[in-house]
Design a protein around this ligand. Structure first.
Ligand code: FES
Length: 154
């Protein structure tokens, strides 16, 4: 956080004393590093005189906030009904295997990819579906996964 402290201070002073500032303030703070680290949240709590409990309540309630760093590419694997019955689990297993994700991890150790599950990507007729960043890939088989990820490796 060290090199962003002056930027963070600028954000904090812009919102100082304003009502309803916490959410937009946290959004701007998140944009600095792509996520909200514990030291950043502690700093905001102290400087804005808002309890840590209140801040954690907000960042854990709204899905737009991230408490962990994310990979360069976000992979969304659909676990909605249509995808589920079309082997979404097999697709997810192929993603985990290809990405070599450790048990419980969602981001690769080189920070290139983060894997997340979503409820429905809105293109059920293409089930099973994944999105990598803003690109959609449908009618997938587990065998197709390595080739798709290769497009995003560099
Ligand atoms: S259930 Fe997967 S896109 Fe709708």
């Amino acid at each position: 956080m060290e090199h962003d402290i002056s930027k963070l201070d600028a954000i904090l002073s812009a919102y100082q004393g304003k009502k309803g500032a916490l959410i937009p303030l946290l959004q701007e703070a998140q944009a600095l590093e792509g996520y909200l680290s514990r030291p950043v949240l502690k700093y905001i709590s102290e400087k804005m005189n808002v309890s840590a409990a209140e801040i954690y309540g907000v960042v854990t309630f709204y899905s737009m906030f991230r408490l962990e760093p994310q990979g360069k590419h976000i992979i969304r694997v659909c676990k909605g009904t249509a995808c589920h019955v079309s082997d979404a689990d097999g697709i997810k297993d192929a993603l985990i295997e290809t990405l070599k994700l450790a048990p419980g991890a969602v981001t690769t150790s080189d920070m290139k990819f983060t894997l997340m599950e979503v409820a429905c990507l809105g293109c059920c007729s293409l089930a099973p579906v994944i999105m990598v960043d803003d690109q959609t890939f449908g009618k997938l088989t587990p065998e197709a996964i390595p080739g798709i990820l290769d497009k995003f490796r560099f």
